[in-house]
Design a protein around this ligand. Structure first.
Ligand SMILES: [Zn+2]
Ligand SMILES: [Zn+2]
Length: 263
């Protein structure tokens, strides 16, 4: 099936511009240097209806949904429980109400689910019964699990983000690998034959839990997708100047970018 990835946000945890900063990127007029917190939507048609999966709902989710016309969501996958990936969960409320009498499914590994349940206690705790809580239901994913959503398969790809194991996702000929420093050997076979790989590329300097530009280029060499797009970028990356240094099959993503894929 034909589908599209929508880059809802291409920025690092602090966003770009970064609060309190007046550097050249933070004050740039190039809209591609304005990066909201990292998230994507995957959109396709199935059984005559538009379908959409989100990967992460960060603190900018509401603005991103308004901007990119996210009026309906079929499922949400979470990569890991850091604030820049989960804090928009509560803004799923109006979209989740439309799933009545069912629930909007959320997929997360055990560690992420545990933290979601704690942070959004009034949403998940049966004891709280807060009347207008999001109608969401958590489902565990683990290892190389594959989850079916509206005719499309989403496979979990374990990644290493500092000392935390996080979830990347493979769907059709594409993969979304945010927040990672390295790809474990056992995950590499899951990434064979990719046309589109979106991956973490934080900044030029090294970082303990994120790939820097050099490491991201290394993973592109290892996985060999036809096209790679960098994401989770900080204000140390100027879009035009940085992209000009890369080969044509390595590009920087930007907020609102749509990438055609097959799922
Ligand atoms: Zn992050
Ligand atoms: Zn993170």
């Amino acid at each position: 099936m034909q589908a599209e990835i929508v880059i809802l946000g291409s920025g690092t945890s602090m966003g770009v511009p970064t609060l309190g900063c007046t550097c050249a990127v933070c004050t740039s007029t190039d809209p591609r240097n304005r990066r909201m917190r990292p998230s994507i939507a995957v959109e396709w048609q199935w059984e005559g209806a538009p379908r959409r999966v989100l990967i992460d709902t960060g603190p900018d989710f509401r603005e991103q949904a308004l901007r990119s016309g996210v009026h309906h969501v079929d499922a949400v996958f979470y990569t890991h429980p850091h604030a820049d990936h989960i804090l928009g969960l509560d803004d799923l409320r109006p979209l989740s109400f439309r799933h009545r009498p069912n629930y909007l499914p959320l997929y997360a590994d055990a560690n992420t689910a545990r933290i979601l349940e704690r942070v959004f206690e009034y949403t998940f705790s049966p004891a709280s019964q807060y009347p207008t809580r999001a109608r969401v239901q958590l489902f565990p994913i683990d290892g190389h699990d594959t989850t079916q959503v509206a005719g499309a398969a989403f496979q979990r790809v374990p990644l290493q983000h500092g000392n935390v194991e996080v979830s990347g996702f493979r769907f059709g000929n594409a993969a979304y690998l945010t927040d990672m420093k390295s790809i474990p050997d056992a995950s590499l076979p899951l990434l064979e034959g990719l046309d589109v790989m979106i991956l973490d590329a934080l900044r030029p300097q090294e970082h303990p839990s994120h790939a820097n530009l050099e490491e991201a280029l290394h993973w592109v060499e290892v996985v060999k997708p036809r096209q790679a797009w960098f994401t989770h970028m900080s204000h140390e990356i100027d879009h035009e100047a940085t992209e000009a240094t890369f080969p044509p099959h390595v590009r920087l993503s930007y907020d609102g970018l749509r990438i055609p894929i097959e799922i």
